[in-house]
Structure formats: structure tokens, C-alpha cells
Design a protein around this ligand. Structure first.
Ligand code: ADP
Length: 469
């Protein structure tokens, strides 16, 4: 029951209560009708017997019975007895073979085999010493049978009615819940495309037909309007701040360079200025990453695709990272397994950024004596690459978040150029090319970052990845 959709649950509930209510109403109706039918059969019998006295007369001491007495009117059979219960005239229904005692003025219900009868006796005094008895007999079974036909019809119609009720219930529930379905679809699309510009946009339903679900959908759309506005402002703010910081950071870097040319500086002063220069360089890198991402957000980051030899680019990036690692004294070996001369239709500088970010991360998060393996191959028109290290690894709960901006799973490495923006750029670049990127990692053992990019022009042309969130 828990797994059923709300639509089915509501339909079942609705149908169940409809069946219950109808069954109760029918039961009450049948019981009242049954009682009513029996009462009216009884009344008919008594009236017929009472009316029959007009057909019996005493003429010159002789008993005369009108022919009407013999007719079976209103299903009532009449018979006439003398005071010794001797049958004189009339008819007794077929199947009624008993001769019950006279019981004046009382209706009795008598069963004989499978049949049941109402019997009503009435005395009629014709003269001073001459009393006869009129007996009326009518079938209870027949009266009940007419009624049982109705019950049988009801029993046949009842399941049919349940099916019709369930069908109507399902249709109307589906219509009522349609806005909810649209809301779910919109939310899923917002999540999948990371696009806040989507709206539920329920149509129809003027001011009067605003039910709760419509109101919820409109409120949700209003909230999305506001959220989109806030995000836009936030992106604009990031872009403005980055632009504003670019100039002072360039000035700091230029000034540091000039100061370091001064030979009169003491060792201590030189160290201090070098530190300032290093931090300013990190800051400058972060600013350019922020500008990159904010341009991407605003759809102002065009891809200049051309056919390039990605094997060579990847090899060069790996060698460069090995040199940097050596220069920084990192005891890490970067090796490659790259299929030669793979060409792909990509933006060269973005592709280099992607590979460099992955390799530099692998080097940074490697332990002493670690090794990094860079692979590249072409499979069914898809460029498949991976950067594998045997470093610190990433905890399961962090793996989904490392692509978010400024998210850093390993905050212990706060020095240097770790800003938490690198993988956001990697993801954007892969998606902008119509590709993907993923991570497999286990803490203490290492990580594999893999990516796939369509290598051919036709495949990449259609892709215009938005990353607005
Ligand atoms: P950062 O500048 O901090 O490296 P990134 O966006 O490149 O930012 O990476 C986000 C986080 O993902 C890092 O802070 C780190 O915790 C984790 N990470 C990235 N690459 C690796 C790796 N190869 N091994 C272990 N952790 C990694």
C-alpha cells in the first residue's frame, strides 16, 4: 500500500467508501422494501376477504355465491367453509394442501415445503344461526420472488457500479493531481538542468477556481521568480567583485616584482615580499576562476572548438605537472597511458584546463611516493580519459559535493592554490562539450576521475550546457 501512488490510493479510498455507502443504502432500502411488500400483501389479502362478503348471500334459506368469489383477484384465493370446517365453495391455490383450523380475524404465515402462504380467515354471519367462514390465501413466496428479482439485478449491477465509480474516481483524481505531477516534473527538471528559469506555469483556473494545489503551484512559481532574481544578483555580484579585485591584485603583483629586483633587501624582507607575491598569485588565480565561472553562468563563455590532437595536449599537461611537482619537491610520479594521435573537436584551452585541474589535484592529494596515472583512449567516437592516483581518497559523503563551488573535502590542505573551484570548472567544461565527468574513490586508497567527451563535431554542436545555479 505504501508503494502505491497517491492517485491509486485516493481512487481506492474513494471507491471503498462509495461501495460501503452504496451497500449500506441498498441494505436499508431492501430491508424496508421487503417489510413494506409483506405488509401490503397482507393488507391486500385482508381487504379482498373483507370485500368478498358482498358476493355471499342467503336467498330463501339457500346460500348463493356470486361468480366473482371464484376469481383470483390480487393473487388472493378465496374459499368458503361452514362452521364445521366443511368446504363449501371457492378455490384453494395449487400446492396448499393443508386444512388449518379457523382463526377468525388473524393472518397467519404458514409454510408448506418450500412455499410460504398468508392465510386469513373471517367469519360471516348470514343469519341468526348461520355463520360461514371466508378464507383468503395468498402466496408469500411469490411476493418475495418479485422482490428477489430486484435484489438479483442489484447484485449484478453492484460490481459494475463499483468499476464505474473506480474509473470515474481515477479520472477525476488524475485531473486533480495533474498540477502536482507538473510540479514534480518542473522540480526534477530544475535539478537535472540546474536551470532556475523553469516554471510550473499552470494554465486556466481563474481567481475563482484557485484550489489549494493551483495556489501552491503559483506560490512555487513566485518563489522561483524570487530565487532566480537572487541568484542573478549573486552572480552579478561575484562577477563585479572579481572584476574590481583584478586591478588591485595586478598592481600588488607588479609592485612585488619590482621590489624583488631591489638588491638592497634583507633576506627577511625578501621572504616577506615573496610570500605576498605567492598569495597574490593564488588570489589572481582564484579571481580568474571566478570570472570564468561567472561568465559561464551568464552564458558568456563561448567554446572555440577546433580539431586538436588531444593525445599531445594530454601528454604535455602530464609532463608539465610532473615538472611542477618536482620543482615543489612533491615526491609523486606522473605516468601516462595515452593512445597516440587522437584528435577531437574541442576548445583547446578549456580542454587543457580540464586535464591540468585533474592532474594537479591528483598530485596535490597524493601521499609521499605516490603515483598518478593519466589515460586517454577513443571508443565509439567518445574520448575517454582518466586520472588515477593512490592518494588520500574522498569520503563517500563528500563525493557528491566536490563539484560544488568552494567545496573542499580536505580542508587540511589550506595552503597554496586550493580554492575549491577547480572541479566546478572541470564539470562545466565537460558538460559544455556535451560530455560527463565522474569520480570513484575510497578514502586512504586513492581516486579515479574519469571524463568522456564526444570527439566529433556533429555530436558536440548541439550542446549548450547551462550551469546557472
Ligand atoms: P581544490 O582547489 O580544493 O582542490 P577542487 O574543486 O579541485 O578544489 O576539489 C574539490 C575538493 O575535492 C578538494 O578540496 C578535495 O578535497 C577533493 N579532491 C579533488 N581531487 C581529489 C583527489 N585527486 N584526491 C582526493 N581528493 C580530491
Amino acid at each position: 500500500m505504501k508503494k502505491l501512488s497517491l492517485k491509486i490510493k485516493l481512487t481506492l479510498l474513494y471507491t471503498f467508501f462509495m461501495i460501503l455507502a452504496t451497500a449500506a443504502v441498498l441494505a436499508i432500502l431492501f430491508s424496508l422494501s421487503s417489510r413494506e411488500i409483506l405488509a401490503s400483501t397482507q393488507a391486500k389479502l385482508e381487504r379482498r376477504v373483507q370485500d368478498s362478503v358482498d358476493d355471499i348471500t342467503l336467498q330463501g334459506g339457500e346460500l348463493k355465491v356470486d361468480s366473482d368469489f371464484y376469481s383470483v383477484t390480487r393473487d388472493v384465493y378465496l374459499s368458503l367453509y361452514d362452521s364445521n370446517m366443511y368446504f363449501l365453495y371457492g378455490k384453494v391455490p395449487y400446492g396448499f394442501d393443508q386444512q388449518p383450523e379457523i382463526s377468525d380475524g388473524e393472518t397467519r404465515r404458514i409454510r408448506e415445503g418450500s412455499l410460504e402462504w398468508y392465510v386469513y380467515d373471517m367469519s360471516f354471519r348470514l343469519a341468526e344461526n348461520y355463520t360461514v367462514y371466508v378464507r383468503g390465501i395468498t402466496s408469500v413466496t411469490e411476493a418475495e420472488e418479485n422482490f428477489s428479482v430486484t435484489i438479483r439485478f442489484a447484485i449484478i449491477l453492484f460490481p459494475l457500479m463499483a468499476v464505474v465509480t473506480a474509473f470515474i474516481g481515477y479520472r477525476s483524481t488524475r485531473r486533480t493531481l495533474l498540477p502536482v505531477k507538473k510540479m514534480i516534473y518542473t522540480v526534477q527538471k530544475i535539478r537535472a538542468d540546474a536551470d532556475l528559469s523553469q516554471r510550473i506555469g499552470l494554465e486556466g483556473g481563474g481567481e475563482k477556481s484557485r484550489d489549494e494545489i493551483y495556489s501552491l503551484a503559483w506560490t512555487f512559481d513566485d518563489m522561483l521568480d524570487e530565487l532566480e532574481e537572487v541568484f542573478k544578483r549573486e552572480k552579478q555580484f561575484t562577477s563585479d567583485v572579481s572584476h574590481e579585485l583584478r586591478t588591485p591584485v595586478s598592481v600588488i603583483l607588479a609592485q612585488c616584482g619590482e621590489c624583488l629586483e631591489d638588491n638592497t633587501l634583507s633576506e627577511r624582507q625578501r621572504c616577506q615580499i615573496e610570500l605576498i607575491e605567492q598569495k597574490a598569485k593564488n588570489m589572481s588565480r582564484m579571481i580568474s576562476q571566478l570570472l570564468f565561472l561567472s561568465r559561464a553562468d551568464q552564458g558568456r563563455q563561448p567554446l572555440n572548438r577546433e580539431r586538436v590532437n588531444v593525445s599531445e595536449l594530454t601528454q604535455m599537461a602530464a609532463e608539465e605537472q610532473q615538472m611542477l611537482a618536482d620543482a615543489e619537491g612533491n615526491d609523486v610520479t606522473v605516468s601516462c597511458r595515452i593512445e597516440p594521435d587522437i584528435t577531437a573537436y574541442v576548445d583547446e584551452s578549456f580542454y587543457i584546463r580540464l586535464v591540468v585541474n585533474l592532474i594537479s589535484n591528483a598530485v596535490s592529494y597524493s601521499t609521499k611516493g605516490g603515483s598518478v596515472l593519466v589515460t586517454l583512449s577513443l571508443l565509439n567516437g567518445e574520448l575517454l580519459g582518466s586520472v588515477q592516483d593512490n592518494g588520500v581518497g574522498i569520503a563517500k559523503e563528500d563525493q557528491a559535493h566536490i563539484w560544488e563551488r568552494f567545496y573542499r573535502a580536505d580542508t587540511s590542505r589550506s595552503g597554496g592554490s586550493h580554492s575549491g573551484l577547480g572541479l566546478s570548472m572541470v564539470k562545466w567544461i565537460a558538460q559544455a562539450h556535451g560530455g560527463w565527468v565522474k569520480v570513484e574513490s575510497s578514502p586512504g586508497k586513492g581516486s579515479i576521475f574519469s571524463f568522456g567527451l564526444p570527439a566529433d563535431k556533429d555530436l558536440t554542436d548541439t550542446v549548450n550546457e547551462k550551469q546557472k545555479l
